[in-house]
Structures are given as C-alpha cells and as structure tokens.
Design a protein around this ligand. Structure first.
Ligand SMILES: *Cc1c(COP(=O)(O)O)cnc(C)c1O
Length: 480
C-alpha cells in the first residue's frame, strides 16, 4: 500500500513483533491459563487489527497486551452464560424457564459420565424402551394409563395431532386458536401435523351444539387448548373437559387437551393461583393430555404426553416420535424432577421454580433492604444520576401460565434524575446496557421511566455475587 501517510507507516514499524508481545509480562499468566496456541492466535489478531490503522496513534505495548487479555477473556467466555433474572417473570422462556433441583442436576451429571441402561432392560437383558424411565412415574402422578415424552410441548402437540388426526379434521374453538410466541400458532401446528383445522364457535363463546354440528365423516378428533397466556373475560362461554369428552366419545372420537403448563400438584395448596392439573383432565375424560416439562412442573425442557393406552401406542408408533425423542440427559433430569412429586414432603423448598413462586413478600423486601444497606454508597458512586429505591411491584409466573395472576414482590428501582425526557431515556438505555454487560448480566424490566429489578428471583445464596459485581468499578469485568 504505497499511499499510506508517513506517520502510519512509522507507527506500524513501531508495533512489537508477535514473539515480543507474547512475552509481555502481563501475558505470562494468560499463556499459562489459556495455553500457548490460543494466546498466540489472539496476539496475532490484535497486532493485525492494530496494523489496520484505527488504533495506530501511539499504541503502547502495555495497551496491546491488555487488549489481548480482553480478547482472550471474550473468546473463552461461554455463550450460554448465567444471568440474574430480575425481570419479575419467574418462568421466563427467553431465560431458559425452570431451574432444576439439585437431585435433577446430579442426575444429569451421573448419566453424562457413564453409560446408562437407556434402552436396555436390566431384568432380562433384552432391548428396552427409553420412555420406561419416566412412564410409570407419569402414570402414577396423572392417573393416566400410559405416557410418552418428547422434545417439548409443541412437539407433543404436533405428534399427537399427527398420530391421531392426520388427513382428517380437528375441531377447535375459535376462542382457543392461540399463538404463544416463538411461532407456535395453533392453525400452523395443525397444518404441520397434517390435520385440517375446523374452527367452531366465536372468540368469546363456544357452545356444545357448535361441536356437535361440526362433527362429520371427516372428523378425526376434538381438541381443547388451555388458555394460558391470555384471558378472555366478560361475556364468555366455553365447554369443560367433561362436556367436550362426552360429545367426542358419543361420536367415537378422541379428545386431546393441550394443557400448556400443567402443574402436577394443586398450586392453591401453596397459596398460588390454581392451575389445571393433567390428573383432572384425565378424570374428566380427556383421551390424551399434553404439557411442558419446564414450565410449572419445574423440570427440563420436555413435552409430556399422557392418556389412554391405545392412543399413546399410536403416538409412539408415529415416525416423528423417533425424531422428537428425548436424550438421556433430559430423561434423567425429568425422572429426578418427577420423583420429587412422588416422594418429597417439601416441594416448595426442593423445586427451585416452586420455591421462587412461593417466596413471600417479606423475604423479598428483606433482600432489598440488605442490598441497599450493603451497596448504598457504592451505588451512588457507580450509578451517578439515578435515584435508587426499594418499591413494591408484582411478579408474574410466566411462560404461558396464568396470565392474570400476579404475585406481590419488591424491586430495586433505578430512576434517572435528568430534567429532560430524552436525557432520562438515554441514561436508562445506558444503564440497561451496563447491567447487561456485567460478568453475570443483570436483566431487569423498563417500566414507567425507570429500570425495575424485581428481587423475587434473587435468592440469599446469590446475594453476595450480585453485590460484589455491582460494587466493583466499571471496566474490570473483562480482565477478571
Ligand atoms: C407453552 C405452551 C405450549 C408450548 O410448549 P413448549 O414446551 O414451549 O413447546 C403449547 N401450548 C400451550 C397452551 C402452552 O401454554
């Protein structure tokens, strides 16, 4: 490149050699820690970008070495990072939904390290069925005759509709043609499963005769979809599972219920809003019920299908079943989670999701008071231009469960002090980015011109780590 200004050519000549930079004292520990090969690569990359010009003005070797450290730290940081979920939504799909119990985490590790009898019958040495790891537990907990499991509830619905209704009509109320985000729209799911959607009733009211009148030679099944992430209120009318089962069975058709969240215990016993139980749907006559493993159940991502033996057999024989099956890690974690429901007297302590949902307002407020007491001055120094206070708020269960029910909670609220609206908005965006940029990113919620950090999901064991990183001066995270 003959036309470069002389100063740049000079600055290039001043850059250290790869070997020299790699031997810089600041990088010695890094080479030990990250290895020679990776360190060499990052040194080369840093020098290449320095040579490209942008940072050419008087760049010192120390600055280059620090930049290499920063590169190493960014490069080796896992993409799947732990965050603080202070959004106020406990079961947050974008943040990975339920947290696993310690026994479930142990089970994951156990089967990850060693071969397991996954499809091997230890009784007779013959070939086994992987679903057997959880089937008996699921039947016991839901009262169903048979059960199978797949990748998630969306898969459970597609597979069930495909196995029981492909090429035929599936009757669904217009009030239940839901979208639950992430491209799960009931009409599209029907199409993917090869069913023809037959809509009946209206958005707010569907009557028994709507279903009866729609049944014909082409009908394959009746479907009921649980209203999970929305509520229709006012002048409404829908059929219960029992009424729908009667209509379906009178016509010799199966009733499939997509429960969505599906709690295995009555949450009202824990002071939470009642959520429909698979057990009740089965008792009411549903032939197949599907629900998620990682919503209120508190386990790993999975789709659970329970119901009548002949229906479950057909579902298991469908070719898609093999494509949607669970791996040993998820099966082991699911088994451990289900065992809590059978054997454990203290679900609200051992299942983290339930524990967070049950957390009382007083304990959340106490967390907030401790944080303010410990962080007080540091926060003022670090988050200049904000008033920080503890305020009452409402948490949500989340993930398509119980949209209208809210749980009283407390939040740390960051309110910008600036006079002008644009300045306040800029300050908030900066603050939000600063929180996201922390070593363990803090995810909150912008509301009413402030950043709200709902403390429901900040348990006592995590307080120290939270305080520690908020109190640390900016810019040290990357160097560790
Ligand atoms: C959440 C939900 C689903 C999808 O479940 P995933 O486990 O996310 O695939 C389907 N139907 C209803 C009613 C739901 O609430």
């Amino acid at each position: 490149m003959p036309d470069l200004p002389a100063s740049i050519v000079d600055a290039r000549r001043l850059l250290p050699s790869v070997d020299r930079l790699l031997r810089h004292p600041l990088l010695q520990a890094a080479v030990e820690r990250y290895g020679h090969k990776l360190s060499l690569r990052m040194v080369r990359d840093e020098l290449a970008s320095a040579r490209e010009g942008a940072t050419l003005e008087a760049v010192t070797e120390e600055a280059l070495a620090r930049a290499v450290l920063e590169r190493l730290s960014r490069w080796t940081r896992p993409r799947a990072r732990a965050v603080f979920n202070l959004t106020g939504t406990v079961i947050h799909t974008n943040l990975g939904r339920a947290l696993l119990s310690e026994p479930a985490i142990e089970a994951l590790g156990r089967v990850a390290r060693a071969p397991v009898a996954l499809e091997y019958d230890l009784e007779d040495g013959g070939r086994g069925d992987r679903d057997a790891l959880v089937e008996a537990l699921l039947c016991e907990l839901t009262g169903a005759e048979a059960a199978t499991v797949v990748n998630n509830n969306a898969a459970a619905v597609v597979l069930t509709l495909g196995a029981l209704g492909a090429g035929r009509e599936a009757i669904v109320s217009r009030g239940e043609l839901i979208e639950i985000g992430g491209a799960f729209r009931m009409p599209d799911i029907m199409a993917a499963a090869g069913c023809r959607l037959r809509e009946v009733g209206t958005t707010n009211r569907t009557h028994p005769r709507d279903y009866r009148d729609a049944i014909n030679q082409e009908t394959g099944l009746l479907v009921k979809v649980h209203a999970s992430n929305y509520a229709i209120e006012g002048f409404t009318s829908t059929l219960s599972e029992r009424e729908m089962a009667e209509i379906a069975h009178a016509a010799g058709l199966p009733l499939v219920v997509d429960l969505g969240s599906g709690a295995l215990i009555d949450l009202a016993d824990f002071g939470l809003p009642h959520e429909a139980l698979p057990r009740d749907a089965i008792l009411d006559g549903a032939d197949v019920v599907t629900f998620s493993g990682d919503k209120l159940l508190g386990g790993p991502q999975a789709g659970i299908i329970v119901g009548r033996r002949d229906c479950i057999e057909r579902i298991k024989r469908h070719p898609l079943k093999r494509a949607l099956r669970l791996d040993k890690l998820v099966l082991a974690a699911l088994e451990a989670t289900l065992r809590h429901y059978r054997d454990d007297d203290h679900l609200e302590r051992t299942l983290p999701t339930l524990r967070l949902l049950c957390r009382d307002e007083g304990s959340i407020r106490a967390t907030g008071e401790r944080l303010l007491a410990r962080l007080g001055n540091d926060l003022d120094a670090r988050f200049e231009g904000f008033n920080i206070e503890l305020a009452a708020c409402m948490s949500q269960l989340g993930s398509g469960s119980l949209p209208v029910d809210r749980l009283p909670s407390h939040a740390l609220v960051w309110r910008p002090r600036a006079e002008r609206r644009e300045e306040r908005e800029r300050a908030l965006r900066r603050l939000e980015a600063q929180m996201r940029g922390l070593e363990r990113p803090v995810i909150g919620r912008l509301k009413e011109g402030a950043l709200w950090l709902d403390l429901r999901c900040l348990e006592e064991g995590d307080e120290a780590a939270f305080i520690d990183q908020l109190a640390r001066p900016t810019g040290t995270e990357g160097l560790r």
